[in-house]
Write a protein that binds this ligand. Structure first.
Ligand code: BG6
Length: 513
């Protein structure tokens, strides 16, 4: 394999970004892990890039009792862990916009207090803009908080030029099956309209995931090939080397299907398979994505074990270190049958994709962390080189490398100098960070900015969430009914026999990790 270096024409770079609207952000679960690990540092990132409006303030809400200063100190630590070299004066100016209120999430008085604080700070900051409620709490609290916000009159629908409008940001998981997600949605919709609801899927905030749109729809050379006539099959892999860590409580009631497939995997699949949208605009894009999920081929219960292969990691060795199995992570998991790996085959019934299989796999404690979409093109219809003994030509593969080595690669055959018929597979490869010389921004920076701009493109619309749950519901129900344990695979491995058999049955194989 040989690599060809690409170049970038810096005179040709087109950028478009919008500064956030004047916004007040109310973060529920503000002392928790997600808020501290991702949100505050991402907000600082926006502030540093001058994308945060000058009229901005944040109210942290949670049950933990803290003063404004104690809250600022916590946030300072979190920000410094991500941006260690920043200017302390700048940081203090930024943190002076942070406030804190503790209370109980089901107590109406708490929301009255939040309302008064929002009014007082809005006057102080002369803020005529948007209140963004960010729910970074356990999912059981989503309906409680939205209900209380609504009852307290804080869910201002607002019109474009109104001084009081609001948006609500909901972290995943959005329900755990069709009925619970519909129930949650109905609760939120009692007080918020769809245009106010921002359902987070952090994969959509990743630069390389957004690049799928640019790659497909800002170039004309790929579109004629992007269909059943030229593509043999597509593999989407989200492999992780980490285990469940401290999140076993949540994970054990979820499993990889709910945790990764219903959301992240379906988003990647729909971006790669959708028809060209009319405009780079939220509903045009989300309409097309939704059509893909709608076209997923239905299956019978008796096909489930063949099409969806589950695994659970047992002990093994990763990077030279012995690691325990899933059931040993905590005594509560000793008898767990929760799947930590899933491989499946999906078909999309439309003109573009008829008979092109999509093989998807995701798992924890695999050999290494890697997320990629690999598009394998068909073999040449006839090898003229068979007369000189070359019958099997390696098909072209285009790989959209989502993480951690972000980039794109395309492999093709070429003549090797020397003998008359000697071929080599060449890979044209580029690495995002190397070529653009910049660190990849945290996915949450993009998502937070878009909430404050009012752009829902990178957020899941309910119809898509709903269709995705409907597709997977049958699988979940079948697993529950059968009570069968998943296959075991050793931590640190790439795959296991039964997962391999799924793709081997079609005379193909998984790409190596
Ligand atoms: C989260 C899942 O949504 O995504 C985690 O809950 C998973 O289990 C994580 O580890 C993976 O995200 P990333 O960005 O590291 O690929």
């Amino acid at each position: 394999m040989h690599n060809i270096e690409p170049t970038v024409d810096y005179n040709d770079i087109i950028c478009a970004d919008t500064v956030a609207e004047p916004s007040a952000m109310v973060v529920f679960g503000a002392s928790g892990d997600l808020a501290q690990r991702k949100l505050v540092a991402s907000l600082y990132g926006l502030y540093e890039k001058k994308l945060l409006n000058e009229k901005f303030f944040l109210i942290g809400c949670s049950r933990t009792k803290l003063s404004d200063d104690e809250f600022r100190m916590r946030c300072k630590k979190s920000i410094l862990s991500v941006h260690p070299d920043l200017n302390p004066d700048e940081l203090n100016v930024f943190l002076s916009k942070f406030y804190y209120l503790s209370g109980q999430y089901d107590d109406q008085n708490y929301y009255q207090e939040i309302s008064r604080k929002l009014d007082a700070l809005s006057s102080k900051y002369k803020l005529c803009g948007c209140f963004v409620y960010y729910l970074s709490t356990p999912p059981t609290l989503f309906p409680v908080i939205t209900g209380e916000l609504g009852k307290s009159g804080l869910s201002y629908g607002g019109c474009a030029d109104s001084c009081k409008k609001s948006r609500i940001v909901i972290e995943k998981p959005f329900g755990r099956d069709t009925s619970s997600s519909r129930e949650l949605n109905a609760k939120i919709r009692e007080y918020f309209d769809e245009h106010q609801i921002y359902r987070i899927d952090h994969y959509l905030g990743k630069e390389t995931v957004q690049n799928i749109l640019m790659f497909r729809f800002a170039n004309s050379i790929f579109e004629p090939l992007w269909n059943r006539n030229y593509i043999d099959h597509i593999q989407i892999t989200i492999a992780e080397s980490l285990g469940v860590e401290g999140r076993y409580g949540y994970y054990d009631s979820s499993g990889v299907l709910r945790d990764m497939f219903q959301n992240h995997m379906i988003q990647l699949l729909s971006l790669v398979a959708m028809e060209p949208p009319v405009a780079f605009e939220a509903d045009s894009i989300r309409d097309e994505k939704s059509r893909v999920v709608n076209a997923l081929r239905d299956f019978k219960e008796e096909q489930i074990d063949e099409l969806f292969v589950r695994g659970q990691y047992s002990s093994g060795n990763l990077d030279g270190k012995d690691v325990c199995g899933y059931r040993e992570e905590n005594e509560l998991l000793a008898n767990s049958n929760t799947e930590t790996f899933l491989a499946c085959k999906l078909m999309i019934d439309n003109w573009r994709w008829k008979d092109v299989p999509f093989y998807l796999r995701s798992g924890k404690r695999l050999k290494k962390k890697t997320t990629e979409i690999a598009i394998t093109f068909k073999e040449v219809p006839h090898s003229m080189f068979s007369s000189v003994g070359i019958d099997k030509l390696t098909p072209n593969t285009l790989v959209l490398k989502i993480q951690p080595c972000e980039g794109t690669s395309l492999s093709f055959q070429t003549k090797r100098p020397g003998s008359k018929a000697c071929m080599a597979t060449l890979t044209m490869d580029y690495d995002y960070q190397e070529i653009f010389g910049t660190q990849m921004p945290e996915a949450y920076e993009r998502l937070l900015l878009d909430c404050m701009v009012g752009d829902q493109t990178l957020f899941s619309r309910f119809d898509c969430v709903d269709k995705s749950w409907q597709y997977f519901d049958k699988v979940l129900a079948h697993w529950k009914k059968s009570g069968q344990a998943p296959y075991l695979y050793n931590a640190g491995s790439e795959s296991f026999e039964e997962a391999d058999a799924l793709i081997k049955a079609d005379s193909r194989q998984w790409r190596s990790l």
